[in-house]
Design a protein around this ligand. Structure first.
Ligand SMILES: C[S@@+](CC[C@H](N)C(=O)[O-])C[C@H]1O[C@@H](n2cnc3c(N)ncnc32)[C@H](O)[C@@H]1O
Length: 267
């Protein structure tokens, strides 16, 4: 394991111990809320019987949603503590899910063409090279399979709601692909007093050209991009609030693509 994985493993252990937002299992899902979680655009179709990989998706949220909708779920994550939350939700709802611990940069535990869908919740910015991960995903997807991946909006990495200077949210870092960026977690990630004990996230900027060309060059046909990620944005809210900040600076992108390496040659 390299130092990037070691750092993230320790950080996610601490986040689970603090019961941070992304580690709280979803124990009250029904089919409507499950669908909204994994398919807010309503385009994924029926996932019953589909083989789904929740990539870097531990914590007991997306695995539960897909399983509730009848998919055959494998959840893969670096963090043992996050994966225990997936085991907990599986027991709670009474379904089986496969749980595999590992690093998203190495999907060798899985055979070529093992999955119909890879759902990749926000995590790709925890590793320096997104394209390395796209290559791994391309190998484990069936031809025609779907890849749903979230990533940071690269223009805004390192900018937060506290960076309002009276006129705008200021950019502090040059726009460099692969650059290492650390920042304070948002207040809403934590419960109460715990945040001081948790190391800040360390992330890496993936430029738009790295992300989109990396997908295209690995055989993906992009079908949807969304930068509207349900954040209650409000340009009239007070500056330095999350609602105001996200109205000016949408922090995330969601991308949906189909694995069609046969379309790689432009006709
Ligand atoms: C923001 S969470 C995303 C999943 C979570 N279910 C959610 O809804 O927020 C990020 C996840 O990425 C995992 N992670 C970080 N680095 C990883 C790596 N190199 N390989 C696999 N998983 C990783 C963390 O352990 C964590 O569970």
């Amino acid at each position: 394991m390299d130092e990037i994985a070691e750092y993230n493993q320790a950080r996610w252990k601490a986040l689970v111990e603090a019961d941070a937002l992304f580690t709280r299992p979803k124990l009250n899902l029904d089919t409507d809320s499950a669908r909204r979680m994994i398919d807010s655009g309503g385009e994924l179709g029926d996932v019953a019987g589909k083989k789904v990989l929740c990539l870097a998706g531990g914590g007991g949220q997306q695995s539960a949603a897909f399983a509730l909708l009848g998919a055959s779920v494998t959840v893969f994550d670096l963090s043992e503590e996050q994966l225990k939350r997936d085991a907990k939700v599986a027991e709670h709802y009474g379904f089986e899910i496969k749980i595999v611990q590992g690093d998203m940069r190495n999907l060798s535990p899985f055979e070529t063409g093992s999955f119909d869908i890879v759902h990749h919740a926000y995590s790709i910015n925890f590793v320096p090279d997104a394209v390395e991960v796209f290559r791994q995903v391309a190998r484990v997807l069936l031809i025609g399979g779907i890849y749903q991946v979230a990533c940071a909006n690269p223009f805004l990495m390192g900018v937060g709601q506290k960076d309002w200077n009276g006129e705008g949210y200021i950019l502090k870092e040059p726009y460099v692909g692969g650059a290492r960026i650390t920042y304070d977690d948002q207040d809403w990630v934590y419960n109460g007093e715990t945040r001081g004990k948790i190391p800040n996230p360390i992330e890496y900027r993936h430029t738009l050209s790295d992300v989109f060309n990396g997908l295209i060059e690995n055989g993906f046909v992009i079908s949807r991009v969304s930068d509207n990620c349900d954040m209650n944005s409000d340009a009239n809210a007070a500056p330095k609030t999350w609602e105001h900040f996200t109205a000016f600076a949408p922090p995330w992108l969601n991308i949906r693509a189909t694995f069609r390496p046969d379309k790689l040659e432009i006709e």
